[in-house]
Ligand binder design. Structure first.
Ligand SMILES: [Zn+2]
Length: 119
């Protein structure tokens, strides 16, 4: 819930500054290491969006970012799931996560008061 309200605060501010009358869609990229539950996120999003006419009915799309790490022992760069952080080449557990904890707002789509609404 706090993640969602943080994002929402951010995008509504951007939309207001851009003079938008309505926020239509928000596109996010979230690393799977954050362990965000999509259903919980969607629900929180819906509830919070209803509170403001600017965001009422706003859609949310989320692109998953899969984890990627670099091995500090041999320099191998590898992708993995949430639980397998060991280097596949040398077996070292001394690895550094470079992707998978992102929480980025990629883009937002807004409507302006003087524009006809999009179909
Ligand atoms: Zn290694």
């Amino acid at each position: 819930m706090s993640i969602v309200s943080g994002i929402l605060e951010n995008v509504t501010e951007v939309a207001r500054r851009a003079g938008a009358s309505r926020l239509c869609q928000v596109n996010l990229r979230i690393g799977v290491m954050r362990e965000v539950v999509p259903e919980a996120m969607d629900l929180a999003w819906e509830v919070l969006c209803e509170e403001d006419p600017l965001t009422d009915g706003c859609k949310l799309t989320v692109e998953d970012v899969y984890p990627e790490s670099v091995c500090n022992a041999c320099g191998e760069r590898f992708t993995h799931d949430r639980f397998h952080l060991r280097c596949p080449v040398c077996g070292s557990a001394d690895t550094r996560l470079i992707h998978g904890r992102e929480l980025d707002i990629i883009s937002i789509e807004v409507e302006h008061p003087d524009e006809p609404s999009q179909p």
